[in-house]
Design a protein around this ligand. Structure first.
Ligand code: T3D
Length: 265
């Protein structure tokens, strides 16, 4: 169900979530976090939903934490930001990572601070050519969060991760693609159509196999090769027991398109 801060639209197996505070560049407030959490929980338990698309309303994707909510009172320090990470950002990043369906991010404009890192937590990141990614934290004396210090060195290497986080300059969508930070740059006027086409394709895919693939890739970050081989053996055992694997192999041998249901069993 749509809220004031997160619009929810469901169609053809795709649940589209739009961050909706365009006047404030979709900066995160507690209210927006709460709506996004509820929407992701609903998408997780909705058997009709086979893919989630996350995007922003207006000219930005998301400007990170709403700094009006963290405003220090008088001469006092900023209220403990660690608490907000514990309560909101960390569960959000985990939820996206652990969702057993692909999550596509359509970065329609600037993605700054935690907004950038929530985008990078998604499985496939498409960005409009005019969009940019800004690790804004150093500009305000904070540490990159929402998984940024984990994902950046892994995606672009330590030298670029240090430059992005310490210099806090915007990275264009084109450079983000060239550096391997995101999947694809798309002309602004084609972003919606391209993301919708990919979402429709994924909504007709073998969802359980994709969920297990997501799990395998996530665990590879800390596994040795031997551990990863064992994990692949176990996950392949699960995948091969699914009706979609049987359908995929039958369809190949019968030279027809597969008709996947997305179910586990
Ligand atoms: O305690 C904790 O929660 C810790 C967690 C931290 C996580 C974080 O995300 S920290 C990083 C927070 N984000 C930022 O520091 C980015 C702040 N925004 C900007 O630097 C700029 O807005 C942009 C570079 C993203 C875009 O610049 P521009 O010139 O295109 O737009 P603008 O004029 O600055 O912003 C338009 C409006 O959005 C403006 O409101 P107004 O004056 O028209 O009423 C601006 O204040 C508002 N806005 C943009 N970002 C935020 C924001 N309002 C509150 N919080 C924001 N993050």
């Amino acid at each position: 169900m749509s809220g004031e801060n997160v619009l929810v639209a469901k169609s053809g197996g795709v649940t589209r979530l739009t961050l909706h505070r365009p006047d404030k560049l979709n900066a995160f407030t507690v209210a927006m976090h709460a709506e996004l959490r509820a929407a992701l929980e609903a998408a997780s338990s909705d058997a009709q939903c086979r893919v989630v698309v996350l995007t922003g309303a207006g000219r930005a994707f998301c400007a990170g934490q709403d700094l009006a909510e963290t405003r220090p009172v008088g001469d006092a320090a900023v209220p403990d930001s660690g608490n907000r990470l514990e309560q909101w950002y960390n569960p959000l990043v985990r939820r996206i990572a652990e969702l057993e369906k692909p999550v596509i991010c359509a970065v329609n404009g600037i993605a700054a601070g935690a907004g950038a890192n929530v985008a990078l937590a998604c499985d496939l990141v498409f960005a409009a050519r005019s969009a940019s990614f800004l690790q804004a934290f150093a500009r305000i004396g904070l540490v990159p969060d929402a998984g940024g210090t984990w994902v950046l060195p892994r995606l672009v290497g330590p030298a670029r991760a240090r430059g992005l986080t310490m210099l806090a300059e915007p990275l264009s969508a084109e450079k983000a693609e060239a550096w391997g930070l995101i999947w694809k740059v798309v002309d602004d006027d084609k972003l919606e159509a391209e993301v919708s086409a990919v979402a429709a394709r994924l909504a007709a895919a073998a969802t359980y196999g994709l969920a297990l693939t997501k799990r395998a890739l996530a665990q590879s970050a800390t596994n040795t090769l031997a551990q990863q081989l064992d994990l692949e053996r176990d996950l392949q055992g699960l995948a091969s027991a699914s009706p979609d694997a049987a359908e995929g192999i039958r369809a190949f041998l019968e030279k027809r398109p597969a008709k996947f249901t997305g179910s586990k069993a």
